[in-house]
Design a protein around this ligand. Structure first.
Ligand code: G3I
Length: 457
């Protein structure tokens, strides 16, 4: 967001109005030029704001209207699970998942894939399998589904909920776990091979409190995977909160500690039961915690209206049953617009945005970069714009003199320092004349001087 002398002068007035509207306890006054949707507000810091979507609700115009307006990331609530996508062994069924994927892509939204391997929601034929047959069936499932959606998914929940609740810190007992402790890493390797451009996440619940045994156990697994080169890029914290499981005081610490392992963190299924200003404050705290952690790349809420929720009676979402914005919506939006919070615990973040471009010429393309740089790393978002002729494919060359790429999305990379070339993935190859598309990457070190140049293919 840009602050001018005139807009800064408006802040106290707007802050007073907002405080009166949603309670005196909110500490993040909105700023002038504030974004007016969750997605736009999150994009100001290079993050996304997503929601779970049910295919059966897409025909509801209120639901679809809010979805299209407010969110830029979509997770299929049930339609990409094992029972939905492989109802009979080796017979894959993508109809409902495709409805969600196609709707999201037609609106320029990205997609989180949920979930490739899970002890729950297995199709009947898989539930009674064991041993090598089950391991192979699971790997085949991961390979087939990730291949089908290759290039279309921002991040996969490769494995979901594989750790036990309680104080044991053990893996959850399941038919998959009984195939051998290495089933999780086997699933991640299969997913990487099948969809090399997607971020690969481990996703779980009750992993929000840093002091809990389950959180510690997941942390140790991710640490182990990173040390042995198992391909993992992100950790998803589902973050289903209610009075029995409130937002922990050390939530930001948990996010930061996972991020410090060299993975992104994502809040993947956020809902917080309650109402009014208490619920609004909790949403604000969660949002601020993500914003304070440089590698917390986005937040997804688990549904749109309270009545869409798997916990509808707890009214845990941002819109009421009629589609009206709740106090929790306002506090979340304000927190996103404030763009800060207390700041990272281990690094001092300084954000600068620089833009460079090259001449599109007549039939070619141009590339501009928006850079978010902090002490030890950066996120670069590159916008590719077609010239006077539509693109059917493109390559962007960047120069990374003092840094190393650690992750990327929506492009295929060659090299990770020095000259790094980026080529479209299938869903963003076609760009209409004068239109544009984006891809991005994060890295360690200094991302300045990328000087992107675009070539039509
Ligand atoms: O669509 C059928 C309907 O035709 C049938 O009449 C009805 C009878 O029970 O079932 C309907 O399907 C239900 C489906 O939700 C759609 O509403 C399933 O029974 C029910 O099991 C399913 O629940 C989903 C649950 O995952 C299954 O594990 C919830 O919608 C979904 O929100 C929930 O999501 C999970 C995440 O995947 C993982 N993390 C926890 C989260 C919440 O439980």
């Amino acid at each position: 967001m840009k602050l001018t002398a005139k807009s800064v002068a408006l802040i106290p007035i707007i802050a007073t109005v907002a405080t009166a509207a949603i309670g005196a306890t909110l500490i993040a006054p909105p700023v002038a030029n504030a974004a007016t949707t969750l997605a736009a507000a999150a994009q100001q810091s290079g993050r996304y704001f997503g929601t779970a979507v049910a295919a059966s609700r897409l025909s509801d115009s209120t639901y679809a209207g809010i979805l299209n307006r407010e969110f830029d990331m979509v997770t299929a609530e049930n339609e990409m699970k094992m029972d939905a996508t492989e109802p009979n062994q080796n017979q894959f069924s993508y109809g409902n998942a495709d409805r969600i994927v196609n709707q999201a892509r037609s609106q320029g939204k990205r997609i989180r894939g949920h979930a490739l391997a899970w002890h729950s929601q297995q199709p009947g034929w898989m539930q009674n399998m064991s041993g090598t047959a089950l391991r192979n069936a699971m790997l085949n499932h991961v390979t087939q589904v990730a291949t089908y959606y290759r290039g279309k998914i921002y991040a996969w929940d490769v494995v979901n909920e594989a750790f036990a609740d309680g104080s044991s810190g053990a893996r959850r007992d399941s038919n998959l776990q009984r195939t051998g402790n290495d089933w999780i890493e086997a699933a991640f390797r299969a997913a990487r091979t099948a969809d090399p451009g997607a971020k690969l996440c481990y996703n779980d619940y009750n992993t929000d409190d840093w002091s809990h045994a389950k959180t510690q156990a997941v942390y140790r697994m991710v640490q182990d995977f990173k040390s042995r080169g198992v391909p993992i890029d992100c950790v998803g914290l589902q973050s289903h909160f209610n009075s029995q499981s409130p937002v922990p005081s050390n939530y930001q610490t948990t996010l930061q500690n996972f991020a410090n392992l060299g993975v992104d963190v994502q809040i993947t299924e956020l809902d917080i039961e309650g109402s009014g200003s208490t619920q609004a404050q909790n949403y604000q705290r969660v949002t601020q915690a993500c914003l304070a952690v440089a590698r917390c790349t986005g937040i997804t809420v688990w549904g749109i209206r309270d009545t869409d929720s798997w916990r509808a009676s707890g009214t845990p979402l941002l819109f009421d049953g009629s589609g009206n914005k709740k106090a929790a919506y306002n506090s979340t939006l304000d927190a996103l617009n404030a763009g800060g919070g207390p700041g990272p615990t281990t690094t001092t973040t300084t954000t600068t945005t620089t833009t460079t471009s090259n001449d599109p010429g007549t039939g070619g393309c141009s590339a501009t970069v928006s850079l978010n740089q902090w002490n030890e790393g950066f996120v670069a978002t590159i916008k590719v714009t077609a010239g006077s002729t539509a693109l059917r494919g493109w390559t962007v060359s960047t120069t990374l003199s003092n840094g190393t790429v650690t992750g990327s999305w929506s492009a295929t990379r060659s090299g990770n320092s020095g000259t790094v070339n980026w080529t479209n993935v299938d869903y963003n190859a076609n760009v209409p004349a004068g239109g544009s598309t984006e891809f991005g990457f994060q890295g360690s070190g200094n991302g300045s001087g990328l000087n992107p140049s675009c070539t039509a293919r």
